[in-house]
Design a protein around this ligand. Structure first.
Ligand code: GLN
Length: 240
């Protein structure tokens, strides 16, 4: 085992972790090992002390009820998350937590779930759910493949860049072709699936940012991604 450790913090693993999002953590851990690092996983849930080490932050999606449940706690750790983002910590937040890293999510019944405004986005529930397989093109990572299921329609402000442009599916809002949002090393996206096993370029990007931030340099191993390639090929052929 390598002495070089990378700590992954999984936010709200009990309430915000659906449609296979847990696979993102497993992928980061396994690929870290392949690249020669020792992964350490810390799950963070409401009331926990925030871990003193956090090299990569991962968060998943959740029902509106799950978002309500973690809302107050997320506000408590908002300052810490902002400080980590300012210090270039890589983060990946999917769907429900993506929405809550923004300003707010206004639900179908009209109540506001407050976000932490780390991403310059806002989300309003639409009348139909945006559900199905999705493919986007990202200028950083090529084709990103996943699955989306959300009522929220997210609109980007001026201080974020979209992660990708929709090729098939709805993306942020079903209207402007954008999907996800990037700010510093923070990436938000609607792609479940889980997204990282099928999109190793995105996984390795998070790893590279974390390793460079902590150890100053990163020399990737060439990984045999045959199975990921096969999964991508199958997923690309699926109907919406
Ligand atoms: N509850 C949110 C919505 O419906 C997020 C859903 C999700 O995380 N999959 O938009």
């Amino acid at each position: 085992m390598s002495e070089k450790m990378i700590t992954i913090v999984q936010l709200y693993s009990h309430d915000m972790n659906i449609y296979g999002d847990w696979g993102n953590v497993l992928t980061i851990m396994r690929r870290l090992e392949w690249h020669g690092y020792t992964p350490r996983l810390v799950e963070y849930n409401p009331g926990d002390a925030f871990p003193s080490e956090a090299d990569i932050i991962i968060g998943g999606g959740g029902q509106d009820a799950g978002q309500d449940k973690i809302q107050a706690d997320l506000q408590k750790i908002s300052k810490t998350l902002h400080a980590l983002a300012d210090d270039n910590t890589p983060m990946l937040v999917i769907c429900g937590l993506y929405q809550m890293f923004g300003k707010f999510f206004k639900t179908q019944d009209g109540h506001i779930i407050e976000g932490i405004s780390l991403l310059d986005i806002e989300t309003h529930a639409g009348s139909e759910r945006l559900t199905g397989n999705i493919v986007t093109r990202s200028h950083l990572f090529g084709e990103l493949i996943g699955y989306e299921n959300h009522s929220g329609q997210t609109f980007l402000g001026n201080n974020v860049q979209p992660l990708g442009r929709v090729i098939k599916g709805a993306g942020n809002n079903g209207q402007d072709d954008s999907e996800g949002a990037c700010f510093k090393n923070v990436i938000g996206s609607y792609l479940h699936g889980s997204v990282l096993p099928k999109n190793p370029a995105l996984a390795d990007h998070l790893i590279e940012k974390a390793v460079i931030r902590k150890y100053g340099e990163f020399t990737p191993t060439v990984i045999d991604d045959r199975f990921a390639e096969l999964a991508r090929a199958v997923a690309l052929k699926r109907p919406r």
